[in-house]
Design a protein around this ligand. Structure first.
Ligand code: FE2
Length: 326
């Protein structure tokens, strides 16, 4: 065999490794901002395939070893935890796992929490005073709350359901879901919960904190909105803090570069800076402050739990169906 330009072999090999493919269930603008910022920082291009968490996770499972995905970024811990449970994720390096707020690092160590999302109540102060709001979402099934609040069967609502299965059991969770369906108004999407509360159609609604901050920014400031955000600030399921996460797929042919992306996501001057500036989700690394005027993680009280424990998303989905919510 004649060796052609032996010295150039390595650069040929590298050409296939210059692009990473990221399957993302996160808000698409945010995922794309991460991709372009990583490319400017490292020269490695990141191609984003965006959809819902459940779609992207479903695709990865279906594609198996042939999957194009090097990386997965999910909005919710549950879908990520379900991939992890199936053994499809590569471990995250210990020094990288040491960077984010340790309360969100999954016990498995196979994915990195990158942003926190608080479950909250949006309320309309012209309809209800903040101190009259329930201190537990478990109380919402009581007759006194009938017809007064909105909710949406979003990914985070599914996470809440998964969390309740783990803490109060399946039967009580199903009972609760049936009560929510009977008492609440299903507005289908978190954004609709926000808008309908803002418009005074409901006294309050269950949602994720950041939807309100997105609207406040669009309208030119928090004082331009009538509605407000209520953080339960306790150990109730209504105060859950859910981690969005990133991981390298075991099937990726590009383990090293993908791990580099994961590491960059934890860097204060890397992915965390993009979290702070491009989305009102809460940065995970100490010293990185959101541009959206969000409360810091340390200023809030929320339940302690292992984000990896929300791998029971299928069971949560089943209950939502049984209750007639989805
Ligand atoms: Fe969202």
């Amino acid at each position: 065999m004649v060796s052609l330009a032996a010295g150039c072999g390595s650069s040929d090999d590298a050409s296939s490794g210059d692009t990473l493919t990221l399957y993302s269930g996160q808000h698409e603008d945010f995922a794309k901002a991460l991709a372009s910022s990583f490319e400017s920082a490292t020269g490695t291009k990141v191609e984003v395939r965006a959809g819902k968490d459940s779609e992207m996770v479903g695709q990865i499972v279906e594609e198996g070893d042939r999957s194009k995905a090097d990386l997965i970024l999910t909005e919710e811990p549950g879908p990520m935890a379900s991939l992890d449970k199936q053994g499809l994720l590569s471990p995250v390096a210990k020094d990288v796992l040491a960077l984010p707020d340790q309360r969100f690092v999954p016990s498995t160590g196979n994915w990195l929490p990158v942003a926190a999302r608080a479950r909250v109540m949006f309320f309309n102060p012209t309809k209800i005073a903040e101190d009259k709001l329930p201190s537990s979402i478990l109380d919402l099934t009581k007759p006194e709350w009938k017809g007064r609040f909105a909710y949406a069967p979003s990914g985070a609502f599914k996470s809440t359901t998964a969390y309740l299965i783990n803490t109060i059991g399946k039967d009580k969770t199903l009972e609760w879901l049936k009560g929510i369906k009977a008492n609440g108004v299903n507005e289908q999407k978190n954004g609709k919960v926000r808008d309908s509360v803002e418009a005074g159609q409901h006294e309050f609604g269950l949602s994720n904190h950041y939807y309100w901050y997105i609207l406040a920014k669009e309208k030119g400031g928090e004082d331009k909105l009538t509605s407000r955000v209520h953080y339960l600030n306790n150990d109730d399921a209504g105060a859950l803090m859910l981690a969005s996460g990133v991981a390298t797929l075991k099937s990726s042919k590009n383990q090293e570069k993908a791990a580099e992306f994961v590491k960059w996501m934890a860097a204060a001057d890397g992915g965390q800076k993009v979290v702070a500036s491009e989305t009102p989700q809460i940065p995970m690394v100490a010293g990185v402050t959101s541009a959206y005027g969000l409360p810091a993680l340390d200023s809030l009280t929320f339940p302690k739990f292992d984000q990896a424990s929300l791998d029971n998303v299928d069971a949560a989905n089943d209950l939502l169906k049984q209750a007639g919510i989805v």
